[in-house]
Design a protein around this ligand. Structure first.
Ligand SMILES: Cc1cc2nc3c(=O)[nH]c(=O)nc-3n(C[C@H](O)[C@H](O)[C@H](O)COP(=O)(O)OP(=O)(O)OC[C@H]3O[C@@H](n4cnc5c(N)ncnc54)[C@H](O)[C@@H]3O)c2cc1C
Length: 480
C-alpha cells in the first residue's frame, strides 16, 4: 500500500531516557498523529541524514527506545481504538493505545488483554515490538501469539499488512524486532474472554529455589498465572527462598456479581499504602534503598508472607493482580532522580534442563560479588515462533540492580559475569530489560542463520538504516 507523505509531524526537543533512568539523551522528538506523518518523519530523517528511534511510553528499562545519535519517533499520539467487537473480542488499535486504555475499554464487555506486563502504561506497539510476556507466559504465550495482523510503515516508504499468511517473515520478525524493521501503525489483537473482573489468588511460601520450581511444575496445568518473588539476600539452605503467587480466572457462575467486578471502578488500585498516600510512598522506600535497608525489607517480606499464606485463596481484581508494580507511582525514583542514576534489570532466561543449578550459581555469584539485586522475580516460559524472541521452554529470573555513578562499572562487570553463566547454560536475554550485553553475547544467543535473516530483512525494509536505537548500535553494531 502506498501512502503519500504530507505534513511533517509536530516535534519538540526533550531529554529521552530509558525507564530505569540509567541512560538517556537529549533528542528531537517527532510525534506523528497519522500514518502519512509517520512516512513524512522517514522522509525528514532521510533529508537530514539522521536516524530515528521508535518510542512508545518509554517503559523499556534500558536503551531500547533511546537514540542518542538522532531523533525519537514517538507514536503515542496515534492512540485511537479503531474498532472493538465485543462479540469476538477482536480489537483494532493504533500503535499508541496503552494497555491501560485497552483494558478499560474492553473489560466491561467481559474481555481482558491476554498478555500484560507488570505495568499498564506501555503502548500496544511497544509491547508488540518487544513481544512481551506476562505472568502467564507458560500458558498463554507472548503477546505476539495473540496478534492477528498489523500494518507496518517501512522506512523505504510503504505500508505493508502482515499476518501469519501474508508477509509471514515480516510478521514473525517485526514482532519482537525492537522497532528495527518499521513502525506499527495498526495492530489487530485477539483478546481473552473473562467471566469476572476478579481472579482467585493463592500465596505459597517456598524455602528455597527447588521448592519454587517444583511447585511451578506441579501447577502449570491447573492455574493461569504463576510468579515468584525471591529474596536474593538469602543464602545457604535458604538460597532462592521466596513467595509464589498463583492465580486462576473464575469460571462462569463463580462470581456472584460479574457486572460489578467487570466495572472499571472495581479495578482501581488503593489510594494509600499503610496510610501513606501512594504518590509519596517512593520517598519512604528511598530511605531503605541501600544494601542494608533492602536486606531488611526482603527478610520482612519473606517473614510476613506467612500471613498471606494463612489467609488461603482470595479474590483480587485483574488490575491489582497484574499491575502490582503500579501500586506505588514512580517507585523507581526511590533509586535516585538525577541523570544516569537509577536501576537496571537483567532478566536471565534459561532452558528447563539444568536451570536449577545455573540459577543457584547466579544467586550465589550475586552474594559472592556483593552485588545483590533489590528485587528478583521468577517466571516460567514457553517458546514461540518469533524470530528474535526471548521466550523459551524454561524459566527467567529478573534481577533489579541499583545504579549510581560510583558503582556503575562494578554493576556492569558483575552483570557480565551473570551473562556468561547464562550463556554457558544455553540461555538468552531480553531487550526490554537489557542494558549490558554486547555483540558477542547476541551472537551466542541466536543461531547465525537467524541473525543473518533478520539483518537481511532490515536491509530490505530499511535500506538507509533510518531506524536505529542505542540498543541496536550496542548489540548489533548499527549496520544491517
Ligand atoms: C514496571 C515495569 C514492569 C514490566 N513488566 C514486564 C513484564 O512483566 N513482561 C515484559 O515482557 N515486559 C515488562 N516490562 C517491559 C515493557 O513491557 C516493555 O519494555 C514494553 O516494550 C514497553 O512498551 P513502551 O510502549 O513503553 O515502548 P518503549 O519502551 O518506548 O519501546 C519499546 C520498543 O518498541 C519499539 N517501538 C515503539 N513504538 C513502536 C512502533 N510504533 N512500531 C514499532 N516499534 C515501536 C521501540 O523502538 C523499542 O524498541 C515492564 C516494564 C516496566 C517499566
Amino acid at each position: 500500500m502506498l501512502v503519500h507523505a504530507k505534513s511533517t509531524p509536530r516535534s519538540s526537543f526533550e531529554y529521552v531516557e530509558g525507564w530505569g533512568m540509567a541512560v538517556g539523551a537529549h533528542a528531537r522528538v517527532l510525534r506523528p498523529r497519522t500514518v502519512s506523518e509517520v512516512l513524512a518523519a522517514f522522509d525528514l530523517a532521510r533529508r537530514e541524514s539522521t536516524t530515528l528511534g521508535l518510542r512508545g511510553t518509554g517503559c523499556s528499562y534500558g536503551d531500547a527506545s533511546v537514540n542518542a545519535c538522532g531523533h525519537a519517533l514517538d507514536t503515542t499520539a496515534m492512540n485511537r481504538v479503531l474498532s472493538w467487537d465485543p462479540a469476538t473480542g477482536v480489537a483494532v488499535l493504533e500503535p499508541g493505545v496503552t494497555i491501560e486504555a485497552l483494558w478499560q475499554r474492553i473489560l466491561p464487555d467481559g474481555w481482558w488483554p491476554p498478555v500484560v506486563p507488570g505495568t499498564a502504561f506501555p503502548t500496544i506497539a511497544g509491547v508488540a515490538a518487544m513481544n512481551i510476556h506476562g505472568k502467564n507466559n507458560f500458558k498463554a504465550g507472548t503477546i505476539g501469539d495473540w496478534i492477528r495482523e498489523f500494518d507496518l510503515a517501512l522506512p523505504r516508504g510503504e505500508i505493508v499488512t502482515c499476518s501469519r499468511e501474508k508477509e509471514s517473515d515480516l510478521f514473525h520478525a517485526a514482532i519482537g524486532g525492537f522497532g528495527m524493521l518499521g513502525a506499527f501503525t495498526r495492530i489487530v489483537l485477539q483478546t481473552k474472554h473473562v467471566h469476572s473482573g476478579d481472579v482467585e489468588v493463592t500465596a505459597v511460601r517456598a524455602r528455597n529455589l527447588r521448592e519454587i520450581m517444583d511447585h511451578f511444575e506441579g501447577r502449570t496445568s491447573s492455574v493461569d498465572y504463576l510468579v515468584a518473588w525471591i529474596d536474593a539476600f538469602a543464602g545457604g539452605e535458604a538460597l532462592g527462598r521466596g513467595q509464589i503467587h498463583e492465580a486462576r480466572y473464575l469460571a462462569a457462575g463463580e462470581d456472584p456479581d460479574p457486572r460489578r467486578t467487570l466495572d472499571v471502578g472495581h479495578q482501581h488500585l488503593p489510594k494509600s499504602i499503610l496510610g501513606v498516600p501512594k504518590g509519596e510512598a517512593w520517598r519512604v522506600i528511598r530511605l531503605l534503598n541501600n544494601d542494608r535497608g533492602m536486606r531488611f525489607l526482603n527478610s520482612v517480606k519473606y517473614a510476613t508472607g506467612r500471613l498471606e499464606v494463612l489467609k488461603g485463596p482470595f479474590r483480587e481484581s485483574l488490575a491489582a493482580f497484574n499491575f502490582l508494580l503500579d501500586y506505588v507511582p514512580n517507585w523507581k525514583w526511590a533509586y535516585g532522580r538525577s541523570e544516569r542514576r537509577g536501576l537496571i534489570q537483567h532478566q536471565l532466561f534459561l532452558p528447563a534442563k539444568g536451570a536449577h543449578d545455573a540459577y543457584c550459581a547466579i544467586l550465589e555469584r550475586n552474594l559472592a560479588n556483593g552485588c545483590v539485586p533489590y528485587l528478583a522475580v521468577f517466571k516460567r516460559h514457553r517458546p514461540d515462533p518469533f524470530w528474535m524472541t526471548h521466550a523459551l521452554d524454561g524459566w527467567s529470573l529478573a534481577l533489579d540492580f541499583k545504579v549510581t555513578p560510583g558503582n556503575r562499572d562494578r554493576v556492569w562487570a558483575h552483570c557480565a559475569e551473570l551473562s556468561e553463566l547464562t550463556l554457558e547454560a544455553g540461555g538468552k536475554f531480553y531487550f526490554a530489560k537489557d542494558l549490558v550485553i554486547g555483540p558477542k553475547e547476541a551472537e551466542r544467543m541466536y543461531a547465525p542463520e537467524m541473525l543473518e535473516a533478520f539483518r537481511a530483512l532490515k536491509r530490505r525494509a530499511d535500506p538507509d538504516a533510518l531506524l536505529q536505537t542505542d540498543l541496536w548500535r550496542r548489540v548489533f553494531g548499527g549496520a544491517a
